[in-house]
Write a protein that binds this ligand. Structure first.
Ligand code: PLP
Length: 355
């Protein structure tokens, strides 16, 4: 048995992969592959409709928001968001909590005035900044809910009257979120929803159509809304597999059911990291991510040996990002408690042999 701890593209439920594999050969008894049917066919339109409906149902989204499946990855939202909602003369507030947040900041600066109102760069992003105020004059505030690389996560969001933009790429559908608090949410599929190639966008309609700049047709949210995410050929297969994953989430107790499992998995692994004298977690306890669990060996000389032991036990993809070092266990929705226990077992065994 192998356990997939990669940060992204990442683990998907096995039954989703099986269903997707069948559809590659014969989709819905059509005797065509899902890869070769028209996106305008009634069969694919049904897939898109179900995917959008499931997002709305699972996240309790009302009529004020639109749900889109776009392409270009979450990174395209770094520029698409400001392009659509920030005028040249306006200012936006960003919080810098790591690599992805910094990239969003850099692209935001191309379209208006950007203030970085808080940052955790001073401690290599090992905490979530708190206690700052968001001036009501900002056009929007941008946060990154879960920092995939550094392993920190907002446990609550600041209360603000300013429109709220959030990159939720690595914790979408991992916990209950009040979508009404957000004006724009985006998430690349490949962390917690599906394969790489589509990006989920949830946008409050009332924030759109207010900037004066010219926007290329493909980069205008309103065009994608009017066309039901079919302004151009959508990423058919990634949308299909995302839809299957959303069905799986619904079947497994919805987002609140999944959240309980995620909390139990993360608690088990953090408990072992804190208990085991060989390891430590570099992040502030209250800000630790439930999706990307970063930890290090106190004796970094042992790193290679530990990774070898992990691989021998079937635990794959645990190398930490180069900006943190050590190890990162990505424990997305589809990771089982069994996988977590397997990793904990390797850590205990390592303690016995090296303690
Ligand atoms: C992976 C990731 C991105 C980038 O996603 P792409 O789809 O590769 O563009 C952006 N933000 C966060 C938080 C991520 O984890």
């Amino acid at each position: 048995m192998k356990y997939n701890f990669y940060a992204g593209p990442a683990i998907l439920p096995h039954e989703v992969i099986e269903e997707a594999a069948k559809a590659v050969l014969d989709f819905n008894g059509m005797e065509f592959s899902i890869l070769e049917i028209s996106h305008r066919s009634k069969e694919f339109i049904a897939v898109m409709d179900e995917a959008v409906a499931l997002v709305k149902e699972l996240m309790h989204i009302g009529d004020e928001h639109e749900v889109l499946f776009l392409s270009g990855g979450a990174s395209s939202q770094f520029y698409m968001a400001p392009m659509n909602i920030l005028d040249e003369t306006e200012k936006a507030a960003y919080v810098d909590t790591g690599t992805w947040a910094s990239k969003a900041i850099n692209d935001g600066k191309l379209y208006g005035h950007v203030d970085v109102i808080a940052s955790s760069k001073d401690k290599n992003y090992n905490y979530i900044p708190k206690g700052y105020t968001i001036d009501p004059s900002y056009k929007y505030v941008h946060l990154t809910s879960n920092n995939t690389i550094f392993g920190t996560q907002y446990k609550s969001f600041p209360e603000t009257s300013v429109p709220f933009v959030c990159d939720m790429s690595s914790d979408i559908f991992s916990r209950v979120i009040d979508v009404n608090k957000f004006d724009l949410i985006y998430a690349g599929a490949q962390k917690n929803m599906g394969p790489a190639g589509t990006t989920l966008v949830i946008v409050r309609k009332s924030i759109l159509g207010k900037v004066s700049r010219k926007i290329p047709a493909m980069l205008k949210y309103t065009n994608h809304i009017e066309a039901g995410s079919m302004y151009n050929t959508p990423p058919v297969f990634p949308v299909y597999v995302s839809m299957l994953t959303l069905r799986w989430i619904k079947k497994n107790g919805g987002v609140s059911g999944i959240q309980k499992m995620n909390e139990a998995k993360a608690a088990a692994l953090y408990n072992e990291i804190d208990r085991n004298p060989l390891f430590f977690c570099p992040n502030e306890t209250e800000d630790r991510s439930n999706m990307n669990i970063c930890f290090l060996l106190k004796d970094s000389e042992l790193e290679k040996d530990f990774l070898t032991k992990c691989k021998e036990a079937g635990c794959i993809g645990l190398e930490g990002h180069r900006s943190v070092g050590g190890f990162r266990a990505s424990t997305y929705n589809a990771m089982s408690m069994e996988g977590i226990q397997q990793l904990i077992g390797v850590m205990k065994e390592f303690e016995k042999n090296n303690g």
